[in-house]
Design a protein around this ligand. Structure first.
Ligand SMILES: Nc1ncnc2c1ncn2[C@@H]1O[C@H](COP(=O)(O)OP(=O)(O)O)[C@@H](O)[C@H]1O
Ligand SMILES: [Mg+2]
Length: 221
């Protein structure tokens, strides 16, 4: 089943400049998708459109049944419960320690304390931050904050993961760790969409690769 359907989709922040112009594509449930493109080509903007942070300027965009060309607050809230988002600038809450930051989506979803603690402990171990769990974001390196952002995105077991340059600040070791985590989640049937400035070299499962250029989108096959 199509999870994301874009028809004639145009994205723009104002009338004078289109970021992406009249693009068409479909992403199926459970797919692993990479989106590349030069800095400024519209990768983050496209991801934003998937979670309803920018509405189509023209054309239609349907994500998980939600028609984002006619967005309603309730519809976007329902959609977001199903999404795990890794932001390019992490967006961690600076007044909260890492443990609580990672727990946030589960707190919102109303999970019990025990379940939250168990899940957060597991995620902390996955992203190798157990020894940092009581620290605040400002006390962590960029790479550590990014790993915390990845853990938070996965906390509530979402069906769709949207990750904006999730390894942009990571060394090779952490990059591999995070990629492995995304592959594991994808193997469980989740749709994983990763924006990256560099394609990972060692992906041994089926994936799709879209490239943004000159306001258009091209698929490498
Ligand atoms: N909030 C905004 N308002 C106006 N223009 C923006 C905004 N965010 C991004 N842009 C512009 O949109 C273009 C694409 O940006 P972005 O999607 O962030 O690119 P990428 O993620 O591929 O580097 C850039 O020219 C950028 O300056
Ligand atoms: Mg970007």
């Amino acid at each position: 089943m199509a999870l994301i359907t874009a028809k004639n989709l145009t994205l723009a922040y104002n009338k004078r400049e289109q970021i992406l112009s009249h693009i068409d594509f479909e992403i199926q449930e459970g797919e692993l998708v990479f989106i590349t493109g030069m800095s400024g080509s519209g990768k983050s903007t496209l991801l934003k459109s998937f979670y309803g942070a920018i509405a189509p300027f023209e054309g239609s965009l349907i994500v998980s049944g939600a028609d984002l060309s006619r967005p309603k607050k309730s519809m976007i809230n329902t959609l977001r419960r199903n999404l795990g988002i890794v932001f390019q600038d992490y967006k961690l809450i600076k007044e909260w320690d890492i443990e609580k930051n990672i727990a946030l989506p589960m707190i919102i979803a109303g999970y019990s304390k025990d379940v939250v603690r168990r899940q957060v402990d597991k995620l902390l171990a996955h992203v190798r931050l157990t020894h940092r769990k009581d620290r605040y974001p400002a006390e962590l390196s960029g790479g550590e904050q990014q790993r915390a952002g990845v853990a938070r995105a996965l906390a509530h077991n979402p069906n769709i993961i949207l990750a904006d340059e999730p390894t942009g600040n990571l060394d090779d070791y952490s990059t591999e760790l995070v990629m492995e985590l995304f592959l594991k989640v994808n193997a469980l049937g989740k749709t994983v969409i990763i924006v990256t400035h560099r394609m990972p070299g060692n992906i041994n499962v089926a994936y799709r690769h879209f490239h943004l250029e000159s306001r258009g989108m091209h698929e490498y096959t």
